[in-house]
Design a protein around this ligand. Structure first.
Ligand code: ADP
Ligand code: MG
Length: 714
């Protein structure tokens, strides 16, 4: 029973593809429930499709044979052809091992196993020809090959011609006999079962435009490369596909929103904005701030919903821009809210906004997790009635009980701490979709911004307020503490204040608090004449507030903290930032921390303290910090040094992009190309309704079902 019409054929194909992502891996011959569970936990493989898209991370050339005589210590994986002469079990306990003497006519070499000894002696025979594949290592001036793969020559011909793939596997996977070779065998089983044919995921016009090879060919060659050229084509096609669908999704979501979501129009620039701007603004806006305010005003007046990302280095004056936008909302009879990721930050924003607006008649409220019940009972009705015009707070703002009368603008500060879902909740309960301004001080390299926020419009404040002296950054080793203390004492004597920050790494929190607490004791001993204070996430909100107050008012000279002070805290008189164990921080986090100083007119310093033993990469990271104060430059360096997978912000956000094969640091051009092609397709067919594009919209559904929904509302 075959369908002949072209249209029906596509429908059949779709059915097969949906099938692949719905078919559980546990039913693949050779898997079963136990291995399926391990594949799911360790490699996020749950379906047939997941397995096919589990790509090798490297390939080793098996097209040539080496001889034992050629073997030396710095070879990659090699293969030898020969016979096992004998097996011996040597050593006791942890050094117990099986050694096979292997000879190929040019010499002998030992093959060594520390695990699975019985399995090996049962499976392999002496005096039989084998292909041995492994990495020679030197051990006491002789070479051996630990845990080699061994095949009979005909088996080797089948699975391992030319380039052999290597798959990432974990210890747990290996223990369950899911090593790299086993994964390749599973790929073989699966592809055989599918007759080595897969339904296409790109539409005919995309394939024609890009001249990419078919999915069938690409998947076959990524797992079983015919040649280096074919492998290159396969990688290109799969990278393109990955980037293309991300861009198609983002651009389509943005297009949909632009066409369908009417924004609340803010036509009026009125009393609130003008009074503040003309009478109470304490300084002139920088040109960059002026430009961004114009961009925001254009958005808000357009009748379309604003979705704008405001990037600006720490200290560039984003808060003020946000405040001006909020006043525009008020001028148009709407409320505005400002949501911050921590209580400290929300409280500080509240103080800042209250300071700016102290002579104006604007009702501002603060709502956080530690707002008292009685206070809350007064606030909630006032928010619901519209009496309160500006609400500043934390996650508490998105609780069910908070209902706005007319939320017109939502500003989200330091957005990396908020997940997409949390953002979505904020507008779900509002009758109209408010305008959204996301402010972040984490500079994001262009390629990453295109991928993470490709659906947002972007404004950049690329200029600091005048009169700021660049921060001087020093790198010091932790065995030179006396000099550091002397330097700090001198700065404090001049009236400055000091931050000392300790890393806090998930999973080892106890240890980190110990570091902080030990440091706190030391500092109290070293600086008995000054007030030293400690701040960390485990303290009660009231305690934290008191510590912050003492430091902000200048009563305390030294504030020792975990990274809770990372974002947004603003004490202009604090001009020295000491970062302990700086090697444990990522570049953008270091940059964030450093941004806490350099806010006043004084010369500011950032001292990176590290141990003497550093890896080459870490040394480079610290060098970048010493040599640059430009957030974008640092973010680019971060991307280069660490790769996007590790980039902070993307990981913290919980909405990091999980790329299987493309690499944002290396594939910037391909990303731009994929975005251009996606834009062309959507120009012609904005809703992907034409028959030939159905394949694309179906694929988007499979890949982004949830994200499309969230995208609509975020
Ligand atoms: P960001 O949130 O971008 O890190 P802030 O909004 O906290 O920066 O601003 C940092 C400091 O600079 C604040 O003390 C703010 O009052 C001040 N500031 C903002 N804009 C200007 C300006 N145009 N001129 C002078 N100072 C400014
Ligand atoms: Mg800020």
């Amino acid at each position: 029973m075959y369908f002949r019409e072209e249209g029906n054929k596509i429908i059949i194909q779709r059915a097969i593809m949906l099938d692949l992502d719905k078919r559980a891996i546990t039913y693949l011959p050779g898997v079963g429930p136990k291995k399926a569970e391990i594949l799911r936990k360790e490699a996020e493989i749950t379906s047939y499709e997941d397995l096919l898209f589990y790509f090798p991370y490297k390939y080793v050339d098996r097209s040539r044979f080496y001889t034992v005589a050629e073997v030396n210590g710095n070879m990659p994986y090699i293969q030898l052809k020969g016979r096992i002469l004998s097996f011996d079990t040597l050593g006791e306990g942890r050094t117990r091992r099986l050694v096979a003497r292997f000879a190929d006519g040019t010499g002998t070499i030992d093959l060594v196993w520390f695990k699975g000894l019985n399995y090996v002696t049962e499976k392999y025979k002496t005096n039989t020809e084998y292909i041995v594949f492994g990495k020679p290592t030197e051990f006491g001036h002789v070479y051996n090959i630990p845990h080699p793969d061994i095949d009979t020559p005909d088996k080797a011909n089948q699975v391992a011609k030319g380039l052999t793939p290597f798959y990432n596997t974990t210890e747990k996977m290996k223990k369950a006999f899911l090593n790299s070779r086993a994964i390749q065998n599973l790929q073989y089983t699966l592809l055989s079962q599918l007759n080595w044919r897969l339904p296409e995921t790109l539409s005919p016009d995309v394939l024609a435009r890009t001249r990419m090879i078919s999915l069938t060919e690409a998947i076959r060659n990524i797992h079983f490369p015919e040649s280096a050229d074919r492998l290159r084509d396969a990688r290109l096609r799969l990278k393109f596909e990955e980037l293309f669908f991300i861009q198609l999704n983002l651009l389509r979501t943005a297009g949909l929103r632009k066409r369908s979501l009417r924004g609340i129009p803010f036509p009026t620039v009125g009393h609130y904005f003008l009074t503040f701007y003309n009478e109470y603004l304490p300084f002139e806006l920088t040109n960059a701030q002026k430009r961004v305010v114009r961009e925001i005003r254009a958005d808000l007046g357009s009748g379309r919903q604003m979705n704008r990302l405001l990037q600006g280095d720490v200290g560039s004056g984003k808060t003020l821009v946000g405040l001006l936008a909020m006043l525009l909302a008020l001028d148009n009879h709407c409320q505005a809210c400002l949501m911050a990721p921590t209580e400290i930050l929300a409280t500080q924003h509240y103080a800042t906004v209250m300071g700016f607006l102290k002579d104006m008649d604007v009702k501002v409220a603060l709502l956080t997790g530690s707002t008292k019940k009685r206070e809350r009972e007064k606030l909630l009705p006032a928010i619901a009635s519209g009496e309160i015009q500006i609400i500043i707070g934390t996650h508490a703002l998105i609780e069910e009980t908070v209902v706005f009368a007319s939320l017109g603008l939502a500003i989200i500060d330091e957005q990396h701490r908020f997940g997409v879902e949390q953002r979505a909740r904020l507008w779900k309960k509002n009758p109209q979709t408010p305008h959204v301004l996301v402010m972040t001080a984490t500079p994001i390299p262009r390629t990453l911004a295109m991928t993470l926020y490709g659906d947002l419009d972007v404004s950049v404040i690329d200029e600091l307020p005048p009169g700021r002296k660049p921060i001087r950054t020093l790198h010091r080793y932790d065995n030179k503490k006396a000099e550091l203390y002397a330097f700090l004492r001198e700065e404090i004597r001049r009236g400055r204040q000091v931050y000392v920050v300790y890393p806090l790494i998930e999973g080892s929190e106890k240890l980190d608090y110990k570091d902080l607490e030990a440091g706190y004791e030391t500092f109290q001993e070293v600086f008995p004449e000054y007030k030293v204070r400690m701040l960390h996430g485990r303290m009660k909100a009231a305690e934290k507030e008191e510590v912050m107050r003492e430091f902000a008012s200048g009563e305390a000279q030294i504030l020792m903290a975990t990274t809770v002070i990372e974002v947004g805290v603003n004490v202009p008189n604090a001009s020295v930032m000491v970062i302990e164990s700086a090697e444990r921080f990522g570049l953008s986090q270091l940059h964030q921390l450093r941004g806490r100083v350099g806010r006043g007119a004084e010369q500011s310093y950032c001292v990176l303290v590290s141990s003497y033993k550093l890896s080459a990469d870490t040394r480079k990271r610290l060098e970048v910090m010493v040599n640059s104060t430009d957030g974008f430059e640092i973010a680019e360096a971060d991307l280069r040094l660490r790769g996007h997978g590790d980039l902070e912000g993307t990981r913290q956000s919980g909405e990091g992009i999980d790329l299987k094969i493309a690499n944002l640091a290396a594939d910037g051009q391909l990303l731009q190309y994929a975005r251009d092609i996606a834009a062309q397709i959507l120009d012609e067919d904005p809703d992907l309704l034409s028959e030939q594009h159905r394949i694309l919209s179906e694929r988007l559904k499979t890949l982004f079902e949830r994200k499309i929904n969230w995208g609509m509302i975020s």
